[in-house]
Design a protein around this ligand. Structure first.
Ligand code: FMN
Length: 396
């Protein structure tokens, strides 16, 4: 797995830095090309020559010196198959979470499309501090894998959480992530996102509270796992993910047309969009004026995209329910001929519309239901893609 892979090993200024030398050595022995980047603090604890001797490659300690030597942070970021930060200090984690890029390590991480693994090492109080916990949650939500820390004896002499995990555990995580980063390679995946808007007149529409976060997380996760992704999105304020073909639509009818076109060559369709069920029967050409105390708006059904778009691709639907979650989702799965349905209870706090987290139950067509705990939408996306990748081995 590691043979011929390019690994950027970021080393920050934790007392556990000496263990990173063993990691650099083991990765090199496994055939990986290991490009070590040390923070300035790390160089105070272990000499760069240690890593240079173990990897037989230049060790970068300064963005400026590296540039002069012809090594740029963008080149390191682009050529990496994976970036591993071990040990990761509270400081480096905070700077990554804030998007700071003022040294070679943080600039490389910000610039890379490769998966990133973080192995924190610090005193228990630093780790347990809510600030560090929030920073780690933020990184996790962006798709970073956090390994550890472990419990045990700390440099201070105390026992607690904060030790760098065993090197073997970091290597396992690297291998697992590398495997995953290619498990959708060559697959074409269409994802829909956002809430459609059905115009009433030139100024108003019928909409819903979908933010697009779940669909965007799915598109990013599928891209990171090697898929060729088309993201068909109803209006959303989220920034367009790089490396994904984005198609912008407004209404359910437009979304249906875009989906029908995109799925022609797709291996999977994941419908995370909140599509309006009804649209105004007619759209007023001019803005409707305020007149009588009551007004009636006549609505008609929108197209049912999931049922109407057919083909030999894996079909995944979402069910936002406020009651009888599993029963309603199972009904929808059968009615729409889905391979998998992801049901979420929108009445739960921190789940569903607009939230960064989601609590879902996945139900497959064999009727197996798996309830996941509350997790970031990115993590939910990964779990859904795990299922899709599994089905890809036995396509419908
Ligand atoms: C001897 C020594 C050991 C340290 N160990 C840790 C540690 O294990 N974890 C941590 O987060 N900070 C540790 N620190 C503090 C960091 O070195 C400090 O926050 C530094 O600014 C980190 O910079 P960096 O993240 O750029 O490497 C240690 C400092 C010293 C002097």
């Amino acid at each position: 797995m590691l043979n011929d892979k390019t690994v950027v090993l970021g080393v920050s200024g934790s007392i556990a830095v000496y263990k990173a030398a063993d990691l650099a050595s083991k990765l090199t022995q496994a055939g990986a090309k290991v490009n070590v980047i040390m923070t300035e603090s790390a160089t105070r604890l272990v000499a760069p020559l240690t890593f240079h001797s173990l990897t037989d490659r230049p060790v970068v300690t300064s963005m400026w010196q590296a540039r002069e030597a012809g090594i740029g942070h963008i080149t390191l970021a682009d050529t990496a198959d994976i970036v591993v930060i071990a040990p990761a200090t509270a400081n480096t984690i905070a700077r990554l979470a804030a998007g700071i890029a003022d040294d070679m390590l943080t600039a490389t991480v910000l610039a890379t499309r490769a998966p990133v693994i973080i192995a924190p090492a610090m005193h228990t109080n630093m780790f347990r501090n809510q600030i560090t916990q929030d920073n780690l949650a933020r990184l996790r939500a962006r798709g970073f894998t956090i390994v550890g820390p472990a419990r045990g004896r700390l440099a201070s002499g105390a026992t607690g959480e904060g030790r760098l995990v065993e090197i073997g555990e970091i290597i396992d995580a690297i291998e697992k992530t590398l495997q995953k980063s290619a498990d959708l390679s060559g697959k074409r995946i269409v994802v829909t996102a956002g809430g459609t808007q059905e115009p009433i007149d030139p100024a108003r529409h019928i909409g819903n509270r979908s933010s697009g976060k779940m669909g965007f997380a799915l598109a990013e996760a599928a891209r990171d796992r090697g898929a060729e992704v088309t993201l068909i999105t109803a209006p959303s304020h989220l920034p367009e993910p790089g490396g994904v073909a984005v198609v912008r639509v407004t209404t359910a009818a437009e979304m249906k047309a875009a989906v029908a076109k995109a799925v022609k060559q797709a291996d999977a369709l994941i419908m995370a969009a909140a599509v309006a069920d009804y649209q105004p029967k007619s759209r007023a050409q001019a803005k409707i004026k305020k007149q009588s105390p009551e007004m009636t708006l006549e609505l008609v059904r929108t197209p049912d995209i999931l049922s109407e778009v057919t083909g030999s691709f894996i079909k995944v639907g979402f069910a936002a329910e406020s009651e009888d979650l599993v029963a309603n989702a199972q009904k929808k799965l059968k009615q729409k001929g889905l391979d998998l349905i992801v049901a979420n209870d929108i009445t739960e706090p921190e789940s569903g519309f607009g939230a960064d987290t989601n609590k879902v139950t996945m139900i497959d067509k064999e009727g197996n239901a798996e309830s996941l705990p509350l997790m970031s939408k990115r993590e939910v996306a990964e779990r859904i893609l795990d299922k899709v990748a599994g089905m890809g081995e036995n396509p419908p």
